[in-house]
Design a protein around this ligand. Sequence first.
Ligand code: KG4
Ligand code: ZN
Length: 330
Amino acid sequence: MLTLGIETSCDDTSIALLEDETALLANVVSSQPVHTAYGGVVPELASRAHVSNILPIFERALAEAGVDAERIDLIGVTHAPGLAGSLLVGGAFAQGLALALDRPIVPVHHLEAHIVAILLERPDLELPALALVVSGGHTLLVHVREWRAYEVIGRTRDDAAGEAFDKVAKLLGLGFPGGPAIEREARAGNPRSIDFPRPMLASRDLDFSFSGLKTAVLQWIEGRDAADVAARRADVCAAFQAAVVEVLVEKSGQAAADLRVPTVILAGGVACNGALREAMRARVDDALVVWPAPVLCTDNGAMIARTAVLRRDEAVHPGEFDIHASLPFP
Ligand code: KG4
Ligand code: ZN
């Protein structure tokens, strides 16, 4: 069975072709440099870029996979959550293709797909698991009892973890997306040199909050002159990253122990972060801590295709398909 996966929920246009459950024939991702100058995603520009990217990316995916469009059996596309104008581009493309090829569409929830991505590389992963989903728009702790049987047990009350990385990077003039830039800078800094707050660390629930930490960084910057800030940039990055990582790891470690799960899954763009990965392995010693390859952590069509396979019995006629800017975790 050949499944097409289409992802356009934010600022990455991506299309993948997946044979059966794990044979990834193509996974073409095109990020949009147009947002760099703004230090964040501009929705109107994102949807325009999806429109111009999507057909060439579809053709590149077919060429890389060495297949004709007629071979596609199933079409999976992100229907929620995300920027409405961006979701519409992928959704309308999927509808047109599904009508032309007479194939069904599986609507895929983007956040479930971030977790399911791990199945592409570890099809035999032991469940139940705890999944920490850390992306640009979301921070969730999910109890994965079985595939398709989830319970959200923690979430951010304000900014997402990735959003905090992006905003702090913007404050420091490090460009967008901020996560990779902060991680790079942090390597030269001392994480203990500045004592940023660990929001919600002491609270007994599993919720997160990152907007106060971002404000603490802003206040630290505003209290100094530009040259001082520039000279201490690596320290700020290291100390900020350490604060985010400590909260994520502590809450995940607590949840993994309470639930006694054999597996902890890191998912979403922030799961690329080396400091987070190492700290999680160090904190969680009675469960296997896993994460997908970096290209499967950030937004990609492969995770959408794999989730479509998982939910192929929920396929709809293209005329029934719709998008949702927000939709609860399935
Ligand atoms: O999952 P993703 O590609 O898109 C969303 O669904 O939002 O995640 C993107 C986020 C961005 O906020 C980006 O700064 C962050 O993931 N990110 C990182 C790293 N690589 C990407 N954050 C920290 N460290 C990284 N190495
Ligand atoms: Zn994402």
